[in-house]
Design a protein around this ligand. Structure first.
Ligand SMILES: Cc1cc2nc3c(=O)[nH]c(=O)nc-3n(C[C@H](O)[C@H](O)[C@H](O)COP(=O)(O)OP(=O)(O)OC[C@H]3O[C@@H](n4cnc5c(N)ncnc54)[C@H](O)[C@@H]3O)c2cc1C
Ligand SMILES: Cc1ncc(C[n+]2csc(CCOP(=O)(O)OP(=O)(O)O)c2C)c(N)n1
Ligand SMILES: [Mg+2]
Length: 582
């Protein structure tokens, strides 16, 4: 039997090492589903409950393996559902291939059912975007799509009309010659020019108070980063996607930066005379030194990103690890260790404060307690995925990442709801590792049907839902940034433990901080998918590293304007401040 166009597509993906596709069937992709059915021993199809999850999963698969993530959706609504997860991949620079269906090729643009030109819809999200014109077209475009996603670290999209999927053979045009494609992968810009390395070394060797800002582009260069910090006497500040670039117990790091960051990181940024940015496009420029206050050097794989956030003097275009290996021998040890030592001392105080916030016995339980107790119990190989919300603050601050662990969230898109799909993809990619979702009640409820996916594929994921019955982060933003009473942020409570049990997973609840550790132990030791609902204080504020007078004034304004929970909020904020001072 001759191969269909869909067979050619799937076989080409196999050449590129694709072993997993996340998706949901539909009438626009039945031909592709058949090609997958007949190859299920070689390529896994993971059925999801919502295509958005499939795209998040493809993104996380890429984040946690470095390989191409692939998702599949039907024509019209299926493809549209993919979009949010695809933007997550685009904005966090992950290689993802999206395959979508279209209806019959000769009825396209005739007001037919599901007549959505997804190749036009996906124009902005994709670095490579095409519609299949016939069986003879497939091999060429499938190779290119894989190559484009991997080399440009972005989204590639193939839109495939349903009738063409079943087309057999397909006569190539006179100019099209078969067998000309290659699946050899190539990397761009491995190393910067030598003279740039010398110029960078000159700037760094002249610095006395140097800060290293490391991001996700440095995740694979932990040892090099620590050697760099040792040589330069420089604290390593971490952008959130670079949380695992060095472990939190490294003597060189002051942890995160930004609203979710630490005070020592902010102080180091305020005082430094030299800034070295490594694999980061950290977006909050207000947390970086003022232009002119520090000299700047930046390492990035993408030349477009050089000088994006800070006017650096030298840009090293190259891979972090390879570049640092070349740069390190050119650096002279900074004998003035005072800047690093001061940062280390501030960090000791910071961790005391974090532990203090996480050891509170108040009821309702403080969210920091859950994050801290979880972090203490995670196994050395754990993969932790988080959602957008105040939940990200507790994740950033109270979960101390260890060497060997991985973690992520939807960074630059900052989407809600990715946490559960990310965790499912992590567990599929790494069946033997501990995979944990740390999510808020708002984000989790958006895609919670994927619990069924975890049950279906017997994935032993652990999901910690921090339940404050509110869209917590937005509530605080409305009050602290705008000075308005919260509006539209309360959530109707859901019994998530009961929901988990209804899905066929184990469901546990923590209400008393005294039980938190024991219940988390139980959850982590229970086989199969487990959900823990942690009921927390909705009035616990995600405090910035340093509260500004403007933020305090705005909060007071919102309370005065009639914030419905003003009594409780005033008390909680005041109590937190008092506790920190005594
Ligand atoms: C609710 C919420 C709150 C947030 N608050 C904060 C906050 O307070 N602080 C914070 O830091 N983040 C925060 N974030 C995340 C933030 O939006 C950004 O996503 C994050 O700061 C970016 O981290 P990054 O610089 O590591 O990654 P990116 O912005 O993706 O930058 C990575 C850079 O590395 C480069 N690169 C990739 N691979 C390599 C390589 N091999 N070698 C060299 N370069 C490479 C890329 O070209 C890119 O320029 C928040 C997110 C959410 C959801
Ligand atoms: C898809 C999407 N919708 C809306 C937002 C805006 N937003 C950011 S955080 C947040 C609240 C998240 O609530 P929850 O998951 O309960 O976490 P919490 O802040 O309560 O910890 C909202 C609505 C977003 N980032 N993504
Ligand atoms: Mg919430």
């Amino acid at each position: 039997m001759s191969r269909t166009a869909a067979d050619i597509l799937i076989e080409t993906l196999q050449i590129w090492g694709v072993d997993t596709i996340f998706g949901l069937p539909g009438d626009g992709i039945n031909g592709i589903m058949e090609a997958l059915r007949t190859r299920q021993d070689k390529i896994r199809f993971i059925q999801v409950r919502h295509e958005e999850s499939a795209a998040f999963m493809a993104c996380a698969y890429a984040k946690y393996t470095g390989k191409l993530g692939v998702c599949l959706a039907t024509s019209g609504p299926g493809g549209i559902h993919l979009l949010n997860g695809l933007y997550d991949a685009k904005l966090d620079g992950q290689p993802v291939l999206a395959i979508t269906g279209h209806h019959y090729h000769d009825l396209i643009d005739t007001f037919a059912q599901q007549d959505v030109d997804l190749d036009r819809v996906f124009e902005d999200v994709a670095v490579y975007n095409t519609r299949v014109m016939g069986a003879a077209h497939v091999e060429n475009v499938a190779h290119l799509a894989c190559r484009a996603a991997l080399s440009y670290r972005g989204v590639a999209h193939i839109n495939f009309p349903v009738d063409l999927q079943e087309q057999e053979g397909g006569e190539p045009s006179p100019r099209n010659k078969a067998g000309r494609e290659s699946s050899v992968t190539t990397r761009r810009a491995g190393l910067p020019a030598e003279e740039e390395l010398f110029r960078a070394a000159e700037v760094l060797n002249a610095g006395r108070k140097i800060v290293i800002l490391a991001g996700r582009g440095a995740l694979h260069a932990t040892d090099e980063l620590e050697s760099l910090a040792e040589k330069l006497g420089a604290p390593i500040v971490k952008a959130l996607l670079g949380k695992a670039a060095v472990p939190d117990d490294s003597p060189y790091t002051t942890g995160g930066i930004g609203l979710l960051g630490t005070r020592p990181s902010q102080e180091a940024m305020e005082e430094c005379d030299t800034l070295l940015m490594v694999g980061t496009s950290f977006p909050y420029m207000e947390f970086l030194p003022k232009p002119g206050d520090a000299r700047g050097v930046q390492i990035d794989l993408d030349p477009l990103r050089i000088g994006l956030r800070y006017p650096v003097e030298v840009g090293l275009v190259g891979d972090t690890k390879a570049t640092l290996q070349k740069l390190l021998p050119l650096l002279v040890r900074n004998e003035d260790r005072r800047f690093l030592e001061k940062a280390q001392e501030s960090m000791r105080d910071w961790w005391k404060l974090m532990k203090e916030r996480a050891s509170r016995t108040d009821k309702p339980m403080k969210p920091q307690v859950v994050a801290w107790e979880l972090g203490e119990r995670l196994s050395p190989d754990a993969i932790i995925s988080c959602d957008s919300g105040t939940i990200a603050t507790w994740f950033a601050r109270q979960i101390r990442i260890k060497r060997g662990q991985m973690c992520s969230l939807s960074g630059t898109l900052a989407s809600m709801a990715n946490g559960l799909p990310y965790t499912i993809a992590a567990q599929i990619a790494h069946p033997d590792r501990q995979c944990v979702a740390f999510v808020g009640d708002g984000g989790f409820s958006m895609l919670m049907a994927e619990l069924s996916t975890a049950v279906k594929y017997k994935l032993p994921i652990k999901v910690i839902v921090v339940k404050n019955n509110s869209l917590g982060m937005i509530k605080w933003e409305q009050m602290v940034f705008l000075g308005n009473p919260e509006y539209g942020c309360e959530l109707e409570p859901i019994d998530f433990a009961a929901v988990a049990r209804a899905f066929g997973a184990t469901g546990l609840t923590i209400e008393d901080p005294a039980d938190c550790g024991a219940i988390l132990d139980q959850a982590l030791a229970t086989p199969g998918p487990v959900l823990v609902e942690a009921v927390v204080d909705p009035f616990e504020p995600p405090m910035p590293p340093k509260t500004t007078a403007r933020q305090a004034a705005k909060l007071a304004e919102s309370l005065a304007k009639g914030e419905p929970n003003r009594g409780k909020i005033a008390l909680t904020v005041l109590e937190d401040k008092v506790k920190e001072m005594v």
